[in-house]
Design a binder for this molecule. Structure first.
Ligand code: 5AD
Ligand code: SF4
Ligand code: FES
Length: 364
């Protein structure tokens, strides 16, 4: 019986590539077992609490030209912006007053001196004005070791840098072929972040053109091998202003990309029991209940948007992004309702650090 096969795999202490392929391929019927096990694992190892990371989309300037992304340097459709200091502090203050305890500062990739110093001074100000109560995660792309250190010493303790795809050949197909878009360089940046002392998060897009189930299984093995602390994964969503748009007819139907993303979350929760996994915004783009569904199969982090609404239309990495006209307050109450519907509670006032990170550090 097929169901028995799934159950047998789910009992294994460690999944092989073959097991992963089986799990990624599970039918609608079989996957109930996978999802049940993932839910159980979440409850047991990280609890049924969801941690908020207030998302500040700091700037949409980007020096890169990733073939999938709407804010790539080559796209002139969007007005480029950088939030002012007072806008950033207003968003931080919203997080502080509402007990979010944690924020993410994200932006297109910029490495110039002005940008690096600006981020440094912003971090110091956040730390001072919130008396160190707000934990900061950065998601600002590939930087030099010195920059990563400066930001770490100024108060940032977590960093998200998606590997995007862990297969170097596929990486090449999705990026221009030059030094700023080099797979090895990105991998080295992840290693540097680990050495500097950050809690390191990475992730991939799911359902990209040319991507196979075997690639996704390898992505999961990559996460385990790298021993990541946090993960953020979501479906690839085509954007009309990007080179990859020409392959839109070759993609999996959008619902299948969503289902695969859910399976990736569930499998990863079972493989890496105590890491933090985000229920990403891209999941909600496809399914109105996408984030709740991700929470029910293992995700435990959500990123309510704190970017001023006037900038949101210019931070469209992909199309149909939700929450474009909602201000922070609206996203807050919307998410509260959604999380309760998923049967979880919110870890207000808690940093919600990666347990995996602390357990690894304690054992070293
Ligand atoms: N669809 C889905 N996710 C995307 N990202 C960029 N472009 C897209 C897209 N078209 C993701 C990348 C990046 C993160 C900030 O957004 O994985 O790391
Ligand atoms: Fe820039 Fe990131 Fe978009 Fe690539 S994915 S173009 S680095 S914002
Ligand atoms: Fe922004 Fe629902 S999370 S409106």
């Amino acid at each position: 019986m097929i169901i028995d096969d799934v159950e047998k795999i789910l009992e294994k202490p460690s999944f092989s590539k073959k097991d992963l392929l089986y799990l990624l391929n599970t039918s609608e019927k079989e996957r109930t077992s996978l999802f049940r096990k993932a839910k159980e694992t979440k409850g047991k190892y990280v609890g049924n609490k969801v941690y908020f990371r207030g998302l500040i989309e700091y700037s949409n300037y980007c020096k890169k030209n990733c073939f999938y992304c709407g804010i790539r340097a080559g796209n002139s459709r969007y007005a480029r912006y950088r939030m002012t200091d007072s806008e950033v502090m207003e968003a931080v203050n919203f997080a502080y007053v509402n007990n979010y305890a944690s924020i993410v500062i994200q932006s297109g990739e910029q490495t110039n001196k002005t940008f690096v110093s600006k981020v440094e001074s912003t971090l110091k100000r956040i730390s001072q004005q919130t008396e160190g109560k707000i934990h900061v995660t950065l998601s600002l792309g590939e930087q030099s070791e010195e920059t990563y250190r400066r930001w770490f010493e100024s108060g940032a303790h977590r960093y998200l840098l998606r590997i995007e795809v862990s297969n170097p050949k596929l990486y090449k197909k999705l990026h221009p072929n030059n030094y700023t878009h080099d797979f090895q360089r990105r991998l080295d940046a992840l290693k540097t972040l680990r050495n500097v002392g950050y809690q390191v998060g990475t992730g991939v897009m799911i359902g990209l053109p040319f991507q196979t189930l075997s690639d996704l299984a390898d992505d999961l093995l990559f996460f385990r091998e790298f021993d990541i602390d946090m993960a953020g994964m979501g479906p690839y969503i085509e954007h009309v202003d990007t080179p990859l748009y020409q392959f839109r007819d070759e993609l999996l139907p959008i619902k299948d990309r969503f289902d695969l993303s859910l399976k990736m979350v569930a499998i990863l929760r079972i493989m890496m029991k105590n890491i933090n996994i985000a229920a990403t915004t891209a999941m909600q783009t496809i399914d109105p209940q996408g984030r709740e569904k991700a929470l029910m199969v293992g995700a435990n982090v959500i990123m309510p948007n704190l970017t001023p609404a006037k900038y949101r239309h210019d931070y469209l990495l992909y199309e149909n992004k939700p929450c474009l006209d909602e201000e922070a307050e609206e996203c807050k109450s919307c998410l509260e309702a959604r999380i309760h519907m998923a049967g979880d509670s919110i870890g207000y006032g808690e940093w919600g650090d990666s347990r995996h990170f602390h357990e690894r550090s304690a054992s070293q």
